[in-house]
Each structure stands twice: as structure tokens, then as C-alpha cells.
Design a protein around this ligand. Structure first.
Ligand SMILES: [Zn+2]
Length: 213
């Protein structure tokens, strides 16, 4: 049974006061982290999922059953499809599909005064974890598309990773989920280029090898 699920702190980690934008971005970061732990090749332990929820501010006792984590995994696989969408139109279409699946209609709650007023899409404040994950994540990603008019995120281009990541405002589109993946892929591309150079026959050495990325 879920106990409390909301961001209780009214002051953000950067010292600013609570704002809807911060809350939506925090919910989106929590969504990405949960999708990554829940859709790993091997089904995660409840403890691993609880650790991610705690990192993202869930207070109180967190008691996830096997059924809860299975339902969360099913929701995470659907959410992953939104991150895999090639453009804003496709992301919006996939989100519309998820919004149609949510059990509740849009409502405001303050969890009996324990948090700022914020919208929920699950059927009630103690809805099952899987229902909560799908509804709260779809809502946060919907607001991001509304606000930025671009896909809410993407999939890491590293074949050995495949994690989801969030679009970071303006700037060139991101390809990798983390600096770690970007560095690993850059090193691998460099090694492939070196190896290709080594294989060039002497009379072709002046030709620049084409590196496939
Ligand atoms: Zn990655």
C-alpha cells in the first residue's frame, strides 16, 4: 500500500521557493529515473525501486509488493514509448494514448495540507503504485510538451545503454543519457577510426576513412 507520494518540501534544493515549474521538472526527473530502473533487462528488486523513489523525495514508509513493482514496470514500459517518440507530434499522440488510460480525471490535492496544491490524474491519493506512476508521469510529460513544444526526452544513443533522458531546454539535441555514455561512445568511435586507418593499404593512406557512427 502506498503511503504518501508527493514532494513535501516547499523549498527547492537550490533555495528557491516552491513553483509549479520546479514541481513538474522534479516529477519528470523522477519519471525518467523510475523508467530506467524499472525497464532494465532484469526486473528490479523492490529495494532498488524504493531507493529511486527516496532519491526523488518520497517520504515515509515505502512498502512495495512484488505486484506493485510488476505494475510499475508495465507502466514504465508504456512511458518509455513516449521517450522513444521521434518528434513532438508522435510524443503527443503517445501521451494522449496514456492520458486516455489513466483511471482518474484531473483533480487538485494538497494531501490534506501536507503539500502545495498540485494536480493528480490517479483515481485517489492512495491509488496503487502502478496507477500513480502512469498518471503522474503522463501528467508531467504532458506539461513539458505543452511548455516546450518539443518531445519531453529521448533514448540514449549508446547501444549498450538505452536509458531514457529528459530534453534540456534550448541547445543542440542530446544523444546520450549521461556524460559517461557520451565519453564511452566517443572513445569507441576513436578506436574504430584508428583501427580502420591501420587497415588502409599504403596507396590509399591519403584517403580519409569514413567513420560510421
Ligand atoms: Zn546512456
Amino acid at each position: 500500500m502506498r503511503q504518501m507520494r508527493y514532494i513535501r518540501r516547499m523549498v527547492t534544493s537550490d533555495g528557491g521557493t516552491w513553483s509549479a515549474r520546479h514541481a513538474v521538472e522534479a516529477a519528470a526527473r523522477r519519471t525518467a529515473a523510475l523508467v530506467n530502473v524499472l525497464t532494465a533487462r532484469e526486473a528490479p528488486s523492490a529495494a532498488a525501486v524504493v531507493a529511486v523513489l527516496r532519491e526523488h523525495g518520497e517520504p515515509g514508509e515505502l512498502d512495495l509488493s512484488e505486484r506493485d513493482t510488476a505494475e510499475m514496470r508495465a507502466a514504465a514500459l508504456r512511458l518509455r514509448e513516449v521517450f522513444a517518440a521521434p518528434g513532438a507530434a508522435e510524443a503527443a499522440a503517445r501521451l494522449n494514448g496514456l492520458l486516455a488510460l489513466t483511471a482518474g480525471s484531473l483533480r487538485l490535492t494538497s494531501h490534506r495540507g501536507a503539500s502545495p496544491w498540485h494536480p493528480h490524474l490517479d483515481s485517489h491519493d492512495d491509488a496503487p503504485w502502478g496507477e500513480w506512476l502512469l498518471a503522474s508521469s503522463a501528467l508531467a510529460l504532458t506539461v513539458l510538451v505543452w511548455d516546450r513544444q518539443c518531445p519531453p526526452g529521448g533514448l540514449c544513443a549508446s547501444a549498450s545503454c538505452g536509458n531514457v533522458f529528459l530534453t534540456q531546454g534550448a541547445g543542440p539535441p542530446r544523444r546520450y543519457c549521461s556524460r559517461r555514455c557520451a565519453t564511452r561512445e566517443r572513445v569507441a568511435a576513436h578506436r574504430r577510426a584508428k583501427a580502420a586507418e591501420g587497415r588502409q593499404p599504403a596507396d590509399e593512406m591519403d584517403q580519409v576513412p569514413i567513420v560510421r557512427r
